[in-house]
Write a protein that binds this ligand. Sequence first.
Ligand SMILES: [Zn+2]
Length: 392
Amino acid sequence: MLIVANKILVGSGEYLENGALLIEGDTIAAVGPADAVAARAGSGVERIAFEGTVLPGLIDAHVHLAFDGGADPVAALAESSDETLLSDMRSRAAQLLRSGVTTTRDLGDRNGLALRLASEIAQGTTAGPRIVSAGTPATPPGGHCHFLGGEVAGEEEIRALVQRNLSQGAGVIKAMVTGGGLTKDGPKSWESQFSQEELAVLVAEAHSAGVPVAAHAHGTPGIAAAVEAGVDTIEHCTWMTGDGFDFREDLVQKIVEDGIAVCPAVSPHWQMLPRFFGEERAQAMFELVRKMADAGVKLVAGTDAGVQRAGFDGLVPALSFYAHLGLPNSRIIDMATSSAADALGLGDTTGRIAPGCRADLILVDGDPLEDLGALKAIRAVVTEGRKVDLSA
Ligand SMILES: [Zn+2]
């Protein structure tokens, strides 16, 4: 396939104007001036001339395909058999793909279903984005998301769960370092769930297999413990305490120095947060994300799709949050492409338009560096060199 376009995003905030890209199989074979690249394409090659912008396919670095994004995802999950759930997860994956997401990271499933779906998609029997799956997240008995089946007490059980996930193909290990709002009967969001030693064991077990660790952490002590344990990404990172927030500059500095990525997992409906948390508390939470951005933390985009009110087409609406904070569009697009790919360990595979990368692309009307809203006007999605049927 040869795609000739007015603009092709070839680097951070950098367009190639009047360029072309040549796709051979599932890979980008060449990118450059339209004439030169067109000359390389054989006569039988499908040609697409596009007046808009070509960008790398988007990455949603935090989803839960097992949750339905409805009013009570936990109840809906409990009522679903594995068979029904897997079928629903296939629809959700297809929805992600049609919204421009060509790679996603699933941070907590039940019974390895996201891992099964990931392999169906990899084999081409099901349409969907590439899925990096955590399998079942580790949590203490009764802890956050205990109903997913990953309850572990003590170091031996932690090692066994990590090994179980790895043996089923997990590409990341997820630890519920603190409580979370979704689990009404569990610890509070700011409360830590694991000891420092337990976290160290979990990280060592994952890292010895070359697999990164994603830490769900709201509370400041949990964030500190996750950093100390050497996790690779921190999810949410809201700096909560029992009665407010405790933003620690020294810890942020260490997050930057250690190259830990932070996925704030802000909801597509972030504008509604002041109504849920109160204006003052919501603004304080927003401000802390801005402070992390200003400090140079490697932020990546994710939506927590599947939890209450977060559907599987919400990545672009969620990105508007970062524009609201004043981040430049170039950085926001990086958060959902190259930076996210790096954080998922896929920086050489996807998230960039360069020769050798997988042909994961979106074609949009307009100029997203000028107006982020242009990302909503998706005209085509290409995943591993294949055009996606957007009419489904
Ligand atoms: Zn989550």
